[in-house]
Design a binder for this molecule. Sequence first.
Ligand code: AMP
Ligand code: MG
Length: 404
Amino acid sequence: MAISPRKAWGIIRSCVKPLGSIRKPLDEAFGYCLAQDVRADRDMPPADRSAMDGYALRAADLTEYPCNLRLVGEVAAGSSACPGIRPGCCASVLTGANIPPGGDTVVKVELTSLADGVVSILEPTKPFMNVRKRGEEAAKGDMLLSAGTVLGPAAVGVCATVGLARPKVRRRATIALLCTGEELRDVSQHAGAHQTRNSNGPLMQAILAREGFDSVTHEVVPDDPQLTIDALKRASDSADMTILTGGVSVGKYDYVPDSVRAIGAKLRFYKIQMKPGKPVLYATRGRNRHIIALPGNPVSVLTSMHVFVLPALRMLSGVREEECRPSIRLPLKSRVKSKSGRSYMALGRVVNKRSGPAIEPVESMGSADILAASSADGVLTVPASKTELPAGALVEFMPWRANL
Ligand code: AMP
Ligand code: MG
């Protein structure tokens, strides 16, 4: 019995557990998911600091303009010099330098002039300006990043700021790709009129590379029952996630469902009320090994990879559940028709209208039409209960790029 896409994701979600943690050098940690909380190791900033190149002084001295103050020293960024600022005095400070004792205000160098060791403040300046106060961003011990945070560039910067050289992150899934089909030829091989070049393999490799998965094997398997069983067993013995394409439907040479049973995997569902991508099979082996088999047509693969497989891989990598399947709601630029009874995942592209961004449906000849898919940015969902979504309707859009 085919189940709804929502139910299918519910089953996958309940079977997928985050993988174990490892420590990664910070310069290799980008894109990994934190398996620890990150706290401030000291106040941020650790001392009162100058936000400008200028002069540190006492606000109480700013009574008239020009205001003349005696220059008593200089503190550059990184300098531990500490010229005390008594009334009537000031010290030169560079951006990022600690404010010397006594100072509470920095006047920008552009508002001053210097002659004979005397600094003239030429224009009124507000007291306490241009000082980043000790601890104003965070106090020592404050929680900065919680476990489950994906380490983007700024989060990597936070780790560096607090001296976390080897953050604890979730291991990334190892992945085996098995493309089944007697007709398949490699991209570099000649393909006769009766043969098909294997586009699913490179397509999936590209999706996975963009998400940072670097342990991916890829094999083509002919339509043979024993070879399919052997390849599947080998793959799922070693990989956290095995992804098959083709051979999962009801055709005479579709050996994947029987192979899944033959290796003793537990079948979790087979067939989803969704177009394209109905004969999707999901099985598990042991505590946290996963097998997902997708129908062979490339657009079904592209769609199912984004709707089910990548979200599952993100969960394995420790990404919070609510962040595993990013989608946005945008108005449709023109209507989409669908046959009811199955959720229709239609190709769409983001366009900018005067009124803001909208989703434009992409014409397609069907689930083999990889060319149409190449001009789409993702898929929009027409719910199973609808035969049409009119122009202007708000649609759920799953982008193929997480940062769209
Ligand atoms: P199947 O699901 O095995 O019945 O395959 C459905 C369609 O997808 C057939 O036309 C296959 O030739 C095609 N197909 C299967 N695997 C691939 C692949 N790796 N690359 C391109 N097309 C494929
Ligand atoms: Mg096939």
